[in-house]
Design a protein around this ligand. Structure first.
Ligand SMILES: Cc1cc2nc3c(=O)[nH]c(=O)nc-3n(C[C@H](O)[C@H](O)[C@H](O)COP(=O)(O)OP(=O)(O)OC[C@H]3O[C@@H](n4cnc5c(N)ncnc54)[C@H](O)[C@@H]3O)c2cc1C
Length: 523
């Protein structure tokens, strides 16, 4: 294919999950691929380092692989990656919520047990849970095609016609209407127990939404279904180990990966891609380019051609709230003051729908949340290789941090730049955490905090520390991601496909846009 265009068929800009999935799929098919990465290591959000103390290996950014495990990319590449050293680590307890009063609810991977424990909290809540996850299971072929597939395609058109035949036009319209429900409505109308409401409310934040967002109920139910069925696995040795397995797989099939290589331009002729030019001036010819970058870089930096519709759309494109990460090395396993949390993969510290809504709204308005919603991961429980025996690490994600600080909702942190606010905000999070763990001060060995600004410095796709490549509100999702006029990542430049979190199917480790692009190119 396109042998006259140079040494490579496909150049992939960016080595995040989508770039790595695309490169792997294409290399397995025999295409000549080149991956270009500006940082000195591959992986994008897949990064494992000893950021606190020697011997304590932390997933600095992404950690949970449920989206990869359940994705088409995971199904296609999983066995290949396993041969190159990638392995999942599990816990039977994927998630829990721990409220400020010390009450907790743990989700297990045993569906019947969940029904029983939810019903015990409030009669009918367990049955409702069964109906919610059962509804997702029943709609799975249709729903997951919409959530993951190339939407502008005959396959999607056929799927929609099939649904019209099955449900009738009004039935399909009603299905679509109920899919737009916000999580607040879903949780408050259907569940009586504050604990059940509090279990699911924080999860919508991981989809870049809030409890009031359109379609956040549907995403909450999809997450409930996925966690119950597949758990919250992490990568043995860390997310960086997954990136390494991708590297070995790509190179074993003749692919080339260059790090420390900043792409500056995508070159074109007569509306068609001819190659890329690197920051140092080197030109590389190729037949197609897959660009895994945020829209502002693609249309503001890479392309010199006049693309008025895209350039106007970039100006309207909105990034989402920032993200804050906090990592701990502990002298021993944390002793939770509430029983039953020891082996839970991800514990949310949150009171319920209102507290989640409040912290998200504060962050949205540029305020440091007074009581942030906190997600605590316990990687050492799933993968003891992460730290010395008997010790522990905690992975804390705070999905509600302002991109630009305008103030503090508590009125305590005066500084408005992240360099000055980082440790004070980390202290606020630590106070909440330490209320729930016995002698936290005594077992804490070290901590390392990353503000939204730090995250952007490590990966320029995380604009303003937005972990999800752009706000995921419905006007920027599905067929409208990143722009209202987008079509499967293809645009006015032939041979260029836009992939990555900013494109459909959006953020997370599912690798969907890389997979879809590779399929389009014949993989
Ligand atoms: C802190 C954090 C925690 C998260 N936790 C989870 C989680 O547990 N589970 C989950 O499913 N999702 C999680 N996510 C979301 C998920 O990690 C991301 O949506 C996903 O990894 C993004 O992948 P990507 O393919 O878009 O590329 P990215 O990972 O964003 O990588 C893009 C790469 O492109 C490179 N690049 C950019 N410009 C250039 C250029 N000009 N030249 C060369 N290279 C360039 C960048 O350096 C970067 O390495 C998390 C995200 C963050 C930030």
């Amino acid at each position: 294919m396109a042998a006259d265009l140079g040494k490579f068929d496909h150049v992939i800009i960016g080595s995040g999950i989508n770039g790595l999935v695309a490169a792997s799929m294409l290399a397995l098919k025999g295409a000549r691929v080149l991956v270009l990465e500006r940082e000195d290591r591959i992986g994008g959000c897949l990064l494992t380092e000893e950021v606190t103390l020697l011997g304590f290996r932390h997933d600095v950014m992404a950690a949970t692989f449920v989206l990869f495990m359940t994705s088409s990319a995971g199904a296609a590449l999983g066995p290949h990656l396993a041969r190159h050293g990638f392995e999942y680590c599990h816990s039977p307890h994927p998630t829990a919520v721990l409220r400020p009063d010390g009450t907790a609810l743990v989700l297990t991977m045993d569906a019947a047990k969940n029904v029983r424990s939810f019903n015990a909290l409030s009669a009918g809540d367990g049955d409702q849970h069964a109906r919610d996850v059962g509804g997702i299971a029943a709609d799975a072929p249709f729903l997951f095609a919409l959530l993951g597939g190339n939407l502008w395609s005959w396959a999607t058109a056929k799927l929609l016609f099939g649904q019209v035949r099955k449900r009738g036009l009004r039935g399909l319209a009603a299905w679509m209407g109920s899919a737009l429900t916000p999580a607040r409505g879903w949780l408050q109308s259907n569940y009586q127990s504050p604990l059940v409401q509090a279990l699911w409310a924080p999860w919508v934040l991981h989809c870049g939404l809030t409890p009031e967002s359109t379609y956040s109920a549907q995403m909450g139910k999809v997450i409930a279904f996925a966690l119950e069925a597949a758990g919250a696995p992490i990568s043995k040795g860390g997310a960086g180990q997954a990136a390494l397995a991708f590297r070995r797989l790509i190179e074993a099939h003749g692919g080339v990966i260059r790090t420390g290589t900043d792409v500056e331009k995508i070159t074109t002729h007569d509306g068609r891609v001819t190659g890329v030019r690197l920051a140092g001036g080197e030109a590389i010819a190729c037949a197609s380019v897959l660009a895994s970058v945020a829209p502002d870089q693609l249309y503001g930096r890479f392309l010199d051609v006049n693309l008025p519709e895209e350039q106007a759309a970039v100006r309207q494109f909105r990034h989402g709230r920032g993200n804050f990460q906090l990592h701990y090395a502990l002298d021993r396993h944390p002793e939770w003051l509430t029983a039953g949390l020891d082996d839970v993969a991800l514990i949310h510290l949150a009171d319920g729908v209102d507290s989640v809504s409040k912290s998200a709204n504060e962050a949205e308005r540029g305020m440091l949340p007074a009581t942030p919603t906190i997600c605590v991961g316990q990687p050492h429980r799933l993968d003891p290789s992460r730290c010395p025996e008997g010790k522990a690490i905690l992975w804390l994600q705070i999905p509600d941090a302002p991109r630009v600080i305008k103030g503090d909702a508590s009125g305590e942190i005066a500084t408005q730049d992240w360099e000055g606010a980082r440790e004070a905000f980390a202290d606020r999070i630590e106070v909440i955490l330490s209320r729930h763990i016995k002698d936290f001060d005594k077992i804490k060995l070290a901590r390392k905090a990353y503000s939204p600004a730090d995250l952007e410095r490590m990966n320029c796709n995380l604009v303003g520390g937005d972990p999800y490549g752009g706000a995921c509100s419905i006007d920027q999702f599905f067929i409208w991601r990143p722009f209202a006029h987008s079509t499967n990542g293809t645009g006015p430049v032939r041979g260029l496909i836009h992939i990555g979190a900013s494109t459909h199917p959006g953020p997370g480790l599912g690798g969907g846009s890389g997979f879809n692009a590779a399929k389009r190119l014949g993989a």
